[in-house]
Write a protein that binds this ligand. Structure first.
Ligand code: NDP
Length: 446
């Protein structure tokens, strides 16, 4: 008999859910983690990032407060206070995740584990363990382009631990992390330059919504360099970083942050020894049931590079546990996944963009609401929101919803239920507005 029914490698969002639910279904489970329980999302991703977004937004709230009658005589931002409070919250959550695993009887092994065969792993201490099933949930890590002296740059791994807020920061990339941290550092008072290799930001989002973000960001003072690239990095004696550029003038900055995508964590994992096939993009190949080419080994989350989002990893892990140990075959529906970018202001989306709908459907109707939120009007903040409904012209079904503006992700999560349920534009029209809100625009577009 094997040592465990299930051995999980990696205690991030996917690994923790897979381990906990499998144990609840009666499996004897161990999970190995080489770093910290919680993984990217909890330790150095979604959670600390969102707390920084909240912290950064006070810069605008305190400014806007004046028109609402509040006199805030001294405004001073102390990065060390926010950083340390955020890191303490991360510690608390790490403890909570560990406890949940413990109360479900999951053994936590705080060591690196690698595959040695279809039913065996070797721990860093040298111990070998056997398991009937293995779940790989090792996540992903920041991808860095090959540039000389790139070790002087930071990634999202280091950004939560800075000693001080840089006066000047250059951020490379045009995706989620680049746009989110451009907003965060700008609100904290840094001079921010975003360098992107093309002129397309947030490639998979509706470009009209992205254009609105760009317009607002430029007006706020974030500098964008498109079709530009760093050729050489040099650390100066002053401690600053000099960047030799193509496509724009050279820069000097206090920090250089790379946000150029994430790659699956597979190095030295022993995939070959265990007969686990890897795709050309360097991700673990899985079928619709998260099973790899080795029948006893499964994989979920970023290591499979399907959709790099925490809630998707959690869904995949839940489906794995229910299918394999819960006698309840389940598959993840990837059809209608809502997502958001926590920029300033945030944007959110579900379903097809206008471009995708026009390519895929015969007839498409687009409804937009371009408005200045009431709070911005009184505050004198010249920032307009944009909501966009994409409707199948033949069936009247809503096939996409795209929003930018305050609280867009909060509003979109609820509306995503309607989009997924394939409700029609007429259903939105028939719903009475909740006044005065920003969300009421969703039912008032004509
Ligand atoms: P993204 O995939 O969002 O963006 C990567 C960006 O880097 C793109 O603009 C891409 O350009 C550019 N890029 C890629 N390679 C290079 C290179 N060699 N040189 C210069 N530029 C390059 O990745 P992020 O790193 O921002 O985030 C990683 C993932 O983490 C996201 O895809 C997302 O799944 C997840 N995430 C989700 C968040 C959320 O849900 N709010 C927040 C943060 C991360 P191009 O478009 O031309 O390919």
């Amino acid at each position: 008999m094997a040592d465990y029914d299930l051995f999980v490698i990696g205690a991030g969002s996917g690994g923790v859910r897979g381990a906990r639910v499998s144990a609840a279904h009666g499996a004897r489970v161990a999970v190995a983690e080489e770093y910290r329980v919680g993984g990217t999302c909890v330790i150095r991703g979604c959670v600390p990032k969102k707390l920084l977004v909240y912290g950064a937004h006070f810069a605008e709230d305190l400014e806007d407060a004046a028109m609402f009658g509040w006199d805030v005589p001294t405004k001073r931002f102390d990065w060390a206070v926010l950083r340390d409070n955020v890191l303490s919250e991360v510690d608390r959550l790490e403890g909570a995740y560990g406890e949940t695993l413990g109360t479900h009887g999951v053994e936590i092994i705080r060591e690196r584990a690698v595959l040695t065969g279809p039913n065996s792993v070797r721990l860093a201490s040298g111990r070998e363990a056997t398991a009937d099933k293995i779940l790989i949930a090792t996540g992903a890590r920041p991808q860095l382009p090959r540039i000389e002296s790139i070790e002087h740059a930071i990634t999202s791994n280091e950004v939560f631990h800075l000693d001080k807020i840089p006066q000047r920061i250059v951020i490379v990339g045009g995706g989620y992390i680049a746009n989110e941290f451009a907003g965060i550092f700008h609100e904290f008072g840094s001079q921010v330059t975003l360098v992107n290799r093309t002129d397309v930001l947030l490639r998979h989002y509706d470009q009209q919504i992205v254009d609105r973000l760009l317009q607002i960001s430029v007006r706020k003072g974030i500098d964008f360099k498109f079709n530009s690239k760093i050729e050489r990095i040099e650390k100066l004696e002053s401690g600053r970083i000099h960047m030799t550029m193509t496509g724009c003038d050279d820069f000097e900055a206090d920090q250089l942050l790379f946000a150029t995508g994430r790659v699956p964590n597979l190095e030295g994992l022993g995939c070959e020894a265990a007969g686990v096939e890897v795709t050309d993009q360097g991700a673990i190949k899985v079928d619709d049931d998260n099973r790899t080419s080795a029948p006893s080994i499964y994989a979920v989350g970023d290591v499979t590079n399907r959709v790099q989002l925490t809630p998707v990893a959690i869904r995949e892990a839940q489906a794995f546990a229910d299918t394999v140990f819960g006698n309840k075959p389940t598959r993840v529906d990837y059809g209608c996944i809502p997502s958001a970018v926590f920029s300033h202001p945030p944007l959110a989306a579900v379903g097809m963009t206008e471009g995708e709908a026009r390519n895929r459907l015969g007839s498409v109707k687009v409804y937009t609401s371009d408005f200045r939120p009431m709070k911005n009007v009184l505050a004198g903040r010249n920032e307009r929101s944009l909501y966009k409904l994409i409707v199948d012209g033949t069936t009247d079904r809503i096939v996409g919803l795209h929003m930018i503006g305050p609280d867009a992700p909060e509003i979109l999560q609820a509306a995503a239920i309607a989009v997924r349920a394939q409700l029609k534009k007429s259903d939105f029209d028939a719903t009475v507005a909740l006044h005065p809100t920003m969300a009421e625009e969703l039912v008032l577009m004509r």
